[in-house]
Design a protein around this ligand. Structure first.
Ligand SMILES: [Fe+2]
Ligand SMILES: [Fe+2]
Length: 195
């Protein structure tokens, strides 16, 4: 287990510099122009941006619906397929990181072990919250056909779990990028992944 202030539910700032030890050498603004920023890095960032964008869209649409700005049928058509896509792909993305990529980083340099163990632990917190969001999301979708309090309570329960999921996810994505991208740039994708 990680130190209490670093676990995802308690983490409110970027990872400390002794864990993200290459972050200062390769600031975020310089990543995508660097010659070692390869296809895997680009795809990784694109996936993260997709999760940020889709998570933000779901949050905005839910808020809009709760404010009365959208009919239930219209909201249902927008919301249900996107929520399924978001949660399913997020689960898949973390599975690939845990099984394939994180072990390669850890085995490349011992100094990376602490950070990638922490990120893997983040996935567990996110997984629990994702399950809760899927359950409350299903209940919310089912309650769209109902009027009044039942629908409002279901919307409240979903919004609460989804907002927490998104907060945690945004923290996790940024911290993961702070470890992954500078490490790729320092060592190259060939050195890290072709072993
Ligand atoms: Fe991750
Ligand atoms: Fe990721």
């Amino acid at each position: 287990m990680s130190t209490p202030h670093l676990i995802l539910p308690n983490r409110t700032a970027p990872l400390p510099a002794d864990i993200a030890y290459l972050r200062e050498k390769y600031p975020r603004e310089t990543w995508d122009a660097h010659r070692n920023f390869g296809d895997t890095a680009r795809f990784w960032m694109q996936m993260h941006d997709m999760f940020r964008e889709l998570g933000g869209m779901l949050k905005t649409a839910t808020h809009h619906f709760r404010e009365g700005g959208m009919a239930p049928e219209e909201f249902h058509r927008f919301f249900a397929p996107r929520l399924r896509y978001f949660l399913g792909h997020l689960e898949g993305h973390h599975g690939i990181e845990d099984a394939q990529y994180f072990p390669l980083f850890r085995s490349y340099d011992k100094r990376l072990i602490v950070g990638f163990d922490l990120l893997e632990e983040d996935h567990e917190y996110i997984h629990e919250q994702l399950i809760l969001s899927a359950q409350t999301g299903q209940a919310f979708i089912a309650a769209l056909a109902e009027e009044g309090d039942a629908r409002r309570f279901a919307a409240d329960a979903y919004a609460e779990s989804a907002d927490r999921l998104l907060d945690w996810l945004l923290r996790h994505l940024a911290d993961e990028e702070d470890l992954v991208m500078p490490t790729i740039i320092e060592h190259t994708e060939t050195a890290l992944f072709s072993r």
